[in-house]
Design a protein around this ligand. Sequence first.
Ligand code: GRG
Length: 296
Amino acid sequence: MDIDKYLTGKKRVIDAALGKIIPKETDFPQSLHRAIRYTLFPGGKRIRPILAMAAYEVVGGKGNGILPYACGLELIHTYSLIHDDLPALDNDNYRRGKPTTHRVFGEAMAILAGDALLTEAFHLMGREGLEGEADPRAVIEVIGEISRAVGLAGMIAGQVVDIESEGKKVELPILEFIHTHKTGSLILVSVRTGGRLGGARDVEMEALTRYGKAIGLAFQITDDILDVKGSRDSMGRPPGVDMARDKITYPALLGVEESKRRCDELIGQAIAALELFGNRGKHLREIANYIGKRNF
Ligand code: GRG
């Protein structure tokens, strides 16, 4: 199966939906909408919303009911990138192949654009819960789970431990905490959101959870390896910034070869978790392979 064609097709659908959600650049206050659109388009791989859509489909979810939630996940992801790049955090100059939001629009606007994306995501999902077809209980559960995954018990906790570990000698359990929280939790919840709203049975949710956990950690390990071995084209930013900042990464702790081996092992676990879906799991399977093989 041609995974590139699948990913491109989904990205097109997501981009069209995002284009309708975010006000036009000409709408007042133009500066805010310009900053948001600058960061959101043409954007990145859209892997989190694609995962939500693929998980929705694999459990038999029909139509486009998942799309607003998939877009919400991408808005949250984009907010995290804008804030992570700020001078107070990673102070990065490039993201998604161009100067970071604060470099172009200033720090205050970047903070506000990130805040707006995060809150708009929850507005969008809440509104869809009222107007859409999904079971309201499932929607409330999903919104609660996403809030946890990107907040106190998830992404923010991972980010805090990440910045506090810079320049320190850190052991594997702490590194795993950082990766599974900072990066893994949003990926996992994207998969679970698709499953829950698609009507997954308990056994299917368990399989999707095993899959999401494995690819979530594998995703960050490949990102760590790309920081050592990748190119500006493959990352959308110059490689080597984690190393220069003395950030704790898999290659720094275990070496590149062992990091690749662990990544392959996780991709294997993710694919094994899909067994009960049979051939219907082919898109999720190919996405796992794609994550494991990202340009290195
Ligand atoms: C809320 C400040 C704040 C931080 C939370 C997730 C996160 C922590 C920061 C984002 C920056 C970062 C490098 C996170 C690691 C996860 C990762 C590899 C993000 C890049 O995701 P891709 O490759 O990006 O999916 P695209 O551009 O394709 O969407």
